[in-house]
Design a protein around this ligand. Structure first.
Ligand SMILES: Cc1cc2nc3c(=O)[nH]c(=O)nc-3n(C[C@H](O)[C@H](O)[C@H](O)COP(=O)(O)OP(=O)(O)OC[C@H]3O[C@@H](n4cnc5c(N)ncnc54)[C@H](O)[C@@H]3O)c2cc1C
Length: 338
């Protein structure tokens, strides 16, 4: 329904992994048949033990990259089962420990801000701004689309359990649990026509309306039902080109422990503007044929934190870390901010 509604409002239905992201479509997922799979299942397991040039070490943590006097990385130190090991590279070392642990590993290896590393007695190999580009896509999770009974996929608890049981038994997966997961549709818009690329992305989640309204802050933690069962949609508007930058530092208590993250969301307050414009665009969808034909509407029940504000200009802005997506309520928008 939402892809149809976005389409009616001028967005082409197209592959957002193609040349242009200014589009809408149902979301894509890694899947094997009708079953979601991880990148490990999709790409590593089929070739593990088959390729001579691939060795996978699990439960092994790289703690240092060796860098020689010519500034060439030639190996790593790693810990596995409590023992220290080394591995040497014939050609190159590729760091792919994710956006939190990659800068941590680089800093532990002496690549990072000189002042910070020196304080931790780490020999500085190169004074670099590692860790100083931390940013994320903050989302707005306050607009809820209620679906009438004929569109809702809500079923009894017993039916959910039966579906789970059936899905597990199926050789060829099908049925509601063979769907995409927590994100059913995607759209991108430009909030200013002069932009070269979209600045707002919508990701559409599935929720139970009453439960969400009752406990929006902890809904994600307490909802135990699989995502294909829902009676409302939650289109999250996010600024995908934030200007704010945070910082990641090694933990001075234990540089090998969890690093310190300073998110600095809305450090540049103009980052809020695309989100507000994105929400306004979203609200215009209620008049589309796609909405009307299904009887879908924006739920006007004020969230607890927003009871003193008009429903359509206020909700909770919630932060979503892509690596640890635990939304947290943070800010309110007043009508005067729009
Ligand atoms: C819940 C969730 C849902 C998401 N859904 C989507 C989605 O639908 N679509 C999408 O495009 N993106 C999604 N993302 C984002 C996507 O998963 C990441 O952008 C992507 O996985 C990043 O890939 P990466 O290889 O850089 O890092 P990662 O996937 O984080 O891989 C890093 C690997 O390095 C390992 N590692 C870390 N430190 C060390 C070390 N010191 N030594 C050895 N190994 C180490 C980690 O164990 C991990 O296996 C989602 C993220 C989350 C958390």
């Amino acid at each position: 329904m939402l892809t149809e509604a976005f389409h009616e409002r001028g967005l082409p239905i197209a592959d957002f992994n193609g040349a242009s992201q200014l589009s809408t479509m149902q979301s894509q997922a890694f899947a094997d048949g009708r079953e979601r799979v991880s990148t490990n299942d999709a790409f590593i397991q089929p070739i593990r033990y088959k390729r001579k040039n691939l060795t996978v070490k699990t439960k092994a943590e790289a703690t240092k990259i060796f860098i020689n006097e010519h500034k060439v990385a030639y190996g790593v130190k790693y810990i596995q089962d409590g023992k220290v090991h080394t591995a040497y590279a014939k050609k190159e070392v590729i760091v792919s420990a994710g956006s939190i642990n990659s800068p941590k590993l680089l800093m532990l290896s002496g690549l990072g801000p000189k002042e910070h590393l020196s304080k931790l007695n780490i020999t500085v190999k190169k004074d670099l701004a590692v860790g100083e580009n931390l940013h994320d896509h903050v989302t707005f999770n306050g607009i809820l689309i209620a679906l009438p009974n004929k569109t809702s996929t809500r079923v009894s608890n017993e039916e959910v359990i039966q579906d789970l049981y059936d899905y597990k038994q199926m050789k060829v997966k099908h049925g509601p649990l063979a769907s995409n997961g927590p994100n059913s549709a995607v759209a991108y818009i430009k909030t200013d026509p002069d932009l070269t690329a979209p600045d707002v992305q919508y990701q559409v989640g599935n929720i139970f309306l009453n439960e969400y309204i009752r406990e929006p802050e902890i809904y994600d933690e307490i909802n135990i039902f699989p995502t294909p069962f829902y009676d409302a949609l939650l289109p999250r508007a996010m600024n995908v080109v934030p200007k704010s930058r945070g910082k990641l530092l090694l933990n001075p208590q234990n540089p090998h422990g969890k690093p310190l993250l300073y998110a600095n969301y809305f450090g540049d307050p103009t980052d809020l503007i695309p989100i507000v414009k994105g929400v306004k665009f979203l609200l215009s969808l209620e008049n589309t044929k796609a909405f009307k034909s299904l009887g879908a509407y924006f739920d006007r029940t004020p969230l607890k934190a927003c009871k003193d504000y008009l429903w359509d200009v206020i909700a909770t802005i919630r932060q979503k870390m892509a690596l640890t997506p635990k939304p947290q309520p943070t800010w309110l928008i007043r009508q005067t901010d729009l």
